[in-house]
Design a protein around this ligand. Sequence first.
Ligand SMILES: [Ca+2]
Ligand SMILES: [Ca+2]
Length: 146
Amino acid sequence: MIRRISAMLLAVASLFGAGVVMAAPAQAYCNSQHACFYENLGYTGMQRTDFYSRTSWANIAYAGTSIPLYKGDGVPENVTSIENADTDTKLSVYYNSGNLGPCFMIAAYGSVYNMAAIYVKSGTQANDNMNSHRFSNSCLGNTYDF
Ligand SMILES: [Ca+2]
Ligand SMILES: [Ca+2]
C-alpha cells in the first residue's frame, strides 16, 4: 500500500511540473519505481519487472515464462543481476524466503551488475542463491550500486 501511494504522489508531483531531474536508468526495461531481475549478469537473459515486495521468488516467474526466479540454491536460472528503479527506497534482497536470513541492499535507483561479486555470508555468493526481496532500507547487510 505504501508503495502504491508513493507512486501516486510522484505522479501528482509531475503534473504540477516539479521539474525534478533524475538520472536515466541503467536499463530502459526497468519501469520507474519497479525492481527488475535478470537471469544472467549484465541485465541479460530472462527478466522480470516487479512493483511489489515478494516473500518467495519460487512463486514468481520470469516474464513470458513459467520459470521461477528461484528453483533451489545454485540453479543457474536464478537471479544474477538486479536493477532497483525505486527513486527513494533501497531494495533489500534476502538469502531465505520470507525476507529472512543474510541480506544485502541495492541503493535507491541503483543496480547490481553481477551478484557473484557479493558475499552474503562466508563462502556464499549472492549469485543464484537469493530467495526474496523487499523495498526497504532496513536490511542489516551492505548497500551496493555497481
Ligand atoms: Ca543466474
Ligand atoms: Ca537461498
